[in-house]
Design a protein around this ligand. Structure first.
Ligand SMILES: Nc1ncnc2c1ncn2[C@@H]1O[C@H](COP(=O)(O)OP(=O)(O)OP(=O)(O)O)[C@@H](O)[C@H]1O
Ligand SMILES: [Mg+2]
Length: 229
């Protein structure tokens, strides 16, 4: 099973937006996707609960809203809470094959991301390439100075920038209805679709697939965290 975690210690950078958007996009491609919500705020679970039936189905690990048994799942996407650190962070990094790190183009977020990425790069799973990291520049407004600073800053890391997502009300409006940009019609969301295609190309490539750990252990860890066991 493919395991992709969306992580950044900083709050509000787009983790849930990216986890849900990715889940929907991969479900449209025909994957059997489960969304694990490790955040006590339950935003991803609430989103899943709102998802209309006539869109590609997703299973939820904690909400029990999915219809498929977990054995049928081929892709697990994990939305994580802000402030994830220490052993908990290390366990997720160790068990996921792919980690997406959203970064916002603001000076405060970029400074925080610098520290966070430096920490991630020091973790054994990342050093050994068991886990592949990819940065996503999120809420980008292309013609701003801060955008140029962000791209300069991101290029300074050995971690690849695997996509840039524009700041768009499509994310905000679709989220309220349990939808994501992949669920919107092309006349509304073609720009977002194009941006996601870049991310999906990386997700499909070997470069994004670290060796990871046995998927069973990831599920066990996710469940343990959710149930507080
Ligand atoms: N590309 C985007 N364009 C417009 N709005 C966005 C975009 N990405 C995220 N947002 C908005 O930014 C806010 C924060 O996003 P989100 O909840 O995904 O962040 P988060 O990292 O999961 O936050 P938390 O740390 O609280 O879990 C939300 O209101 C979301 O709709
Ligand atoms: Mg969130």
């Amino acid at each position: 099973m493919r395991t992709i975690a969306v992580i950044n210690a900083k709050g509000g950078c787009g983790k849930t937006t990216i986890a849900t958007s990715l889940a929907s996009a991969l479900a449209w491609e025909g994957h059997a996707v489960a969304l694990a919500d490790m955040d006590p705020q339950r935003s991803a679970s609430d989103w899943l609960g709102q998802r209309p039936e006539d869109y590609p189905a997703l299973s939820g690990i904690d909400a029990g809203s999915g219809t498929r048994p977990l054995g049928d799942i081929d892709t697990l996407i994990i939305d994580t809470p802000a402030g994830l650190a220490g052993n908990e962070l290390e366990q997720i990094i160790k068990r996921a094959q792919t980690v997406l790190v959203p970064v916002l183009p603001s000076p405060v977020d970029m400074r925080a991301a610098w520290r966070f990425l430096s920490h991630l790069q020091d973790l054994r799973a990342v050093r050994n390439r068991d886990t592949a990291l990819g940065l996503i520049a999120n809420r980008v407004r292309p013609h701003t100075i801060i955008y140029r600073e962000l791209t300069g800053f991101l290029d300074g890391f050995r971690v690849p920038v695997v996509g840039q997502l524009r700041d768009s009300m499509n994310y905000v409006r679709s989220f309220e209805k349990g939808l994501a940009v992949a669920d919107l019609p092309p006349y509304l969301a073609w720009q977002d679709w194009e941006e996601w295609e870049t991310v999906l190309t990386w997700i499909r490539s070997k470069n994004s697939q670290g060796k990871g750990a046995a998927p069973g252990s990831l599920l066990a860890a996710a469940m343990q965290r959710l149930t507080g066991a």
